[in-house]
Design a protein around this ligand. Structure first.
Ligand code: PHE
Length: 337
């Protein structure tokens, strides 16, 4: 019996250091578990003589009930405390300033691209697109540049295979559209193009907008008028424009279009190499050979085409002197537009 009472005392001592629900659980197992100290006292009852058994049993049972109640009491205290602590530790301080999520914005290239698109759409052009990975046929052959044509060398081409290239310009979209549609056509085709070239004015990937118009009586004067009004709305109404004779295999005659240098107002500077003019696009009347390739009768139809680089347009409009800035993803640069 003394043994049983001393168990009660040792439990009381130990229960003082049960400072968590987990520790208390260990105590419960130690005393009341299947092989616990109290449980084994209860089991030992059968070995005690029948006369002593009731008195002894009563003591063991009282101690057992006492320990049970004590454990339950301490447990509910501990649980309450742990709950309080959690509320404090998990509390949200609503007086703290919120976390700042920076906003993204449109990339300057996309911005200029949509400005250009809006101008042409307002003049009745439709937008079409073609694939970046293009057949040699569409990129060169059908544009009157057969294999071994010297003009192919002007465009440092990335070849995927003998017949497949990364398109070097957006002109293949002319062929794709004319193959599946009949005139009259007024189309612009923006997109990415690729050339194996890299320096302060060239990146291996850049953007172009192609434009073309085909109908029964399209004249060079239509091309001139259209491009002049485009340039005046994109840059300014005072921007001087000039057409210079040039050559492209898919246009005849061909021209290069310059604007008066916007850095020196035509006086001559480093950017325009003292000419007072900046080249901004290539253009011309669609070569009858190209019409033949797509099954249009060149006796009936005429048309013009032009192509411009978006990066170049953006650089001129915003006085940017290094094309690589567009692709370095420096937020300080990108945030300015
Ligand atoms: N595709 C030509 C280039 O990238 C530009 C161009 C387009 C010229 C349409 C004439 C007509 O250099």
């Amino acid at each position: 019996m003394e043994d049983t009472l001393s168990l009660k005392n040792s439990f009381l001592k130990e229960s003082k250091s049960a400072t968590s629900v987990a520790k208390l659980q260990q105590l419960r197992i130690k005393y009341l578990g299947k092989k616990g100290l109290i449980t084994s006292k209860l089991k030992a009852l059968s070995t005690i003589s029948p006369e002593l058994r009731p008195a002894y049993g009563k003591v063991v049972n009282e101690v057992k009930v006492y320990i049970e109640e004590e454990i339950n009491r301490i447990e509910s205290l501990l649980k309450k405390e742990e709950h309080k602590k959690r509320i404090v530790s998990e509390a949200v301080d609503i007086t703290l300033p919120g976390k700042f999520t920076p906003f993204g914005r449109e990339h300057p290239i996309n911005k200029v691209l949509s400005e250009i698109t809006v101008i042409f759409v307002s003049m009745g052009f439709e937008v079409e697109e073609g694939p970046d990975v293009e057949l040699d046929y569409y990129n060169f052959e059908a544009l009157n540049m057969p294999k071994d044509h010297p003009a192919r060398e002007m465009q440092d081409t990335f070849y995927i295979s003998e017949d497949i290239v990364l398109r070097t310009h957006t002109s293949p979209v002319q062929i794709r559209v004319m193959e599946k549609r009949k005139p009259p056509l007024k189309i612009i085709a923006p997109g990415k193009v690729y050339r194996c070239d890299a320096d302060i004015s060239h990146t291996p990937m850049f953007h172009q907008v192609e434009g073309f118009m085909v109908d029964t009586d399209v004249a060079f004067s239509d091309l001139k008028g259209l491009l002049e009004s485009f340039i005046h709305s994109f840059f300014s109404a005072e921007t001087p424009v000039r057409f210079r004779p040039s050559f492209f295999p898919f246009t005849e005659p061909s021209a290069e279009v310059d604007i008066g240098c916007i850095f020196c107002s035509g006086k001559g500077c480093r950017v325009c190499k003292n000419t007072g003019w900046l080249e901004i696009l290539g253009a011309g009347m669609i070569n009858p050979r190209v019409f033949e390739m797509v099954g249009y009768n060149p006796e009936i139809y005429s048309g013009f085409a032009f192509g411009m680089g978006i990066e170049r347009m953006a650089m001129l409009k915003y006085s940017i002197d290094d094309i690589r800035l567009f692709f370095e993803n420096d937020m300080r640069f990108l945030k300015q537009f």
